[in-house]
Design a protein around this ligand. Structure first.
Ligand code: FAD
Length: 434
């Protein structure tokens, strides 16, 4: 039996290949709708997940078995119904996933079956990259150098020939209502985006990747999040390509793996500061903090780059990386709110929302994480805007109130004669003061 979680693809899937070999081609594919994960997922991520499951179901002759409930009960039950003594899945390294898999393993053992963890959502599994004395890296650059030594660009297994034998009863639920326009949640769309990026967009990635006004990044993050694409497939598509674009892109993939490693070693760091010295830090609460949080979340801070980013998040369930840093910095360093509050909001909206990348991305900005720079890592929302969105076209795309402003003052509209245009707020705080 093949138990899918966040590896929703049939190509290059070692857990599926192992299930096919063990069961001589007759495989049940099971997905468990687990409320423990559904509750915090956010509507955008759930809609993307359900669409990806529907695509997968249609590709396997509508044989995908979807059940709701506690995985420890459901997996053992479906394995017993299918008379499958062996269950295969990719290893999960997240805090909840590890706990859940331990329970499923025990339930299966009790029923005389076995759970096999084959492969992972990473090119190099968490826990693998260590210093020569066996201790982990706490800084990205040396981690990255060592990570590269572990890469093993072996061709991935082709999609196996499978006789799907599941007896579906439920089907995938309908999408929750969403307003964001999400990318196509299919394995084919993931492959196509990968090809287009590696064939023609990778050159110059290192120059364009910080510019939110350009389509300068791969937009592969939702596909990597749900395993419609595996990082090995991305690395293989890059091949031995040299050049600054390819080098920089490999390093970005490694950030995802670094944060997975950091979270695996310290699961509590999903919620509290990774750096012990930063744990006593206190942030603001109360009614003023609540109203500032709302202004930030709704894109009404009066700082155009921050507001454009927050509205991109609402409209697309995705935000450009540079703007994620600027909006996060604004919440923490200008509004003095806890990074956890912003991280929760991002996880509720992002279609690529991932506990390790998100919460450690937030900790990087806060200066409480692995790369601690608490005092001087401050993003100036105006200079960032001038530098990375020079003619204000990103701002104009998401803030119709400012779309007609054709001057550098689009970055600081309070300097326009007569103040900000009608409908756009004055800054809620003064960055120089905060
Ligand atoms: P590209 O620039 O094309 O990068 C390729 C891939 O590399 C990405 O798809 C992603 O898997 C990985 N990657 C790139 N940058 C990072 C990074 N800084 N950290 C970890 N992985 C990276 N990424 C998520 O996948 N999920 C999140 O929930 C998430 N939350 C974030 C929150 C904050 C506050 C910050 C600063 C960053 C966050 N990131 C997150 C990282 C990054 O912003 C996104 O991965 C990136 O914007 C996705 O767009 P892309 O696929 O076009 O990226």
């Amino acid at each position: 039996m093949w138990w899918l979680r966040r590896d929703l693809r049939v190509a290059g899937n070692p857990a599926l290949t192992a299930a096919v070999e063990a069961a001589r081609g007759r495989v049940v594919a099971l997905f468990v709708l687990d409320d423990h994960l559904r509750a915090p997922a956010g509507a955008n991520r759930l809609a993307f997940l359900y669409r990806a499951l529907r695509d997968l179901d249609s590709r396997i002759g509508h044989r995908l078995v979807v059940r709701t409930g506690d995985p420890a009960k459901v997996v053992a039950q479906v394995a017993a119904e299918a008379r499958a003594p062996q269950v295969f899945c990719a290893e999960d390294f997240g805090p909840y996933g590890r706990h859940r898999d331990g329970q499923v393993e025990a339930a299966l053992r009790h029923a005389g079956a076995t759970l096999h963890r084959v492969g992972s959502p990473y090119a190099v599994a968490p826990g693998t990259v260590v210093k020569s004395d066996g201790t982990p890296y706490a800084v990205f650059t040396p981690f990255y150098r060592s990570w590269r030594q572990h890469l093993d660009p072996e061709p991935l297994p082709p999609p196996p020939t499978v006789h799907w034998v599941g007896r579906p009863r439920l089907g995938v639920p309908p999408d929750p209502p969403i307003t964001a326009a999400l990318p196509d949640a299919t394995e084919a769309a993931a492959q196509q985006r990968l090809r287009q990026f590696t064939d023609s967009e990778i050159e110059g990635y290192e120059r364009r990747r910080d510019r939110p006004d350009l389509a300068g990044t791969s937009r592969l993050s939702p596909y990597l999040k749900f395993g419609l694409l595996h990082p090995d497939q991305v690395l293989l598509a890059l091949g031995h390509r040299q050049g600054e674009g390819a080098e920089r892109f490999r390093a970005e993939l490694a950030w995802r793996e670094f944060y997975a490693d950091v979270l695996w070693r310290d699961p509590e760091s999903a919620r509290r500061a990774w750096a012990p010295t930063m744990r006593p830090l206190r942030a603001d609460g109360g009614r003023l903090a609540d109203s500032r949080f709302r202004a930030w979340a709704e894109g009404r801070t009066g700082y155009p780059l921050v507001d454009a980013g927050m509205r991109q998040l609402e409209q697309e369930g995705w935000m450009h990386n540079r703007v994620r840093m600027v909006t996060a910095s604004f919440l923490i360093k200008d509004l003095h709110l806890p990074w956890q509050r912003g991280a929760r909001h991002f996880l509720d909206r992002l279609v690529d929302g991932d506990l390790a990348s998100n919460n450690h991305g937030w900790q990087w900005v806060a200066g409480t994480g692995t790369d601690a720079s608490p005092y001087f890592r401050i993003f100036n929302p105006v200079t960032q805007s001038k530098q990375w969105d020079p003619d204000g076209s990103y701002i104009g795309r998401y803030l119709p109130e400012l779309a007609s402003v054709r001057s550098p003052k689009v970055h600081e509209p309070w300097r326009l004669p007569g103040g900000p245009p009608a409908g756009y707020p004055a800054p809620i705080v003064d960055h120089r003061v905060e």
